[in-house]
Design a binder for this molecule. Sequence first.
Ligand code: SIN
Length: 290
Amino acid sequence: MSMQFINLTENIGSEVIGVNLAEPISKDDMNKIEQQFNNRAVLLFRNQDISEEQHIQFSRYFGELEIHVLKQYLLPENPEILRISNIQENKKNIGISDAGQYWHTDLSYTKTPSRCSILKAKVIPERDGDTTYGDTCFINTASAYEALDADMKQRIKSLKAVHSYTDRYEKMRLAANSQRQPLTEDQLKKVPEVIHPVVRTHPITGRKSIYVNEGFTTSIVDMDPEEGKKLLQDLYAHCTSDVFKYRHKWRVGDIMMWDNCSTQHLAISDYGPDKLRFMHRTTVMGSEVF
Ligand code: SIN
């Protein structure tokens, strides 16, 4: 069967049909996948029975892989894979149990944020075999930028914003039932605050997008804090409108990949500790934001 793409919504995402990521993919098909990815920002591959090595190999096609700062949640034998999970062993989570439960773009808090992330569903919370929980929502921030009115585009054109990992980490650490420990000196050194333009240009497509997110953006540079907060809230409300959104209902074996230049995502936490969820994520390195 030849490869096909089926759009998930009008503004974001395609499902890729007819590809087995456990088998070699021709250069021609890989080029088509990459082109579709650049255009649609999110790709879904269903029913993928791939090993950790195959997950890493496929991810490497898109660039070098990040090693996450929370080393305790990396797979010891394959540290390119970050575990996201509420499963516990010896009363300790094996992965980040509260990852992404706020709108964010992966690694926007670094100087050279990630190009894309590739997430594999291993265990999905379910009830009675048919209702599943722990969906992930994605928004297309390039479409959101294009839909802004001319005044807002003019207003944000030259603005810059601060992004901070530690600010978000502390919020999550102080939340009820958090298992997060204070970051070590070494971890803190790896994640200083960074400043990026509020409007980002995609390094491949040239499309502009809104590059501030509720997860990691803390303020607008050189703007009164209250005014900056209000502007950020307005941009978040605009970006998360349903028209730019796709909500993914996971099945075990799904692989989702998303473009961190032009999307944000949110993991829905609608299951308790009695329902288990387990994902493997690779994170592809990116380049400086402009
Ligand atoms: C993340 O990468 O932010 C987590 C997404 C998810 O677990 O659905």
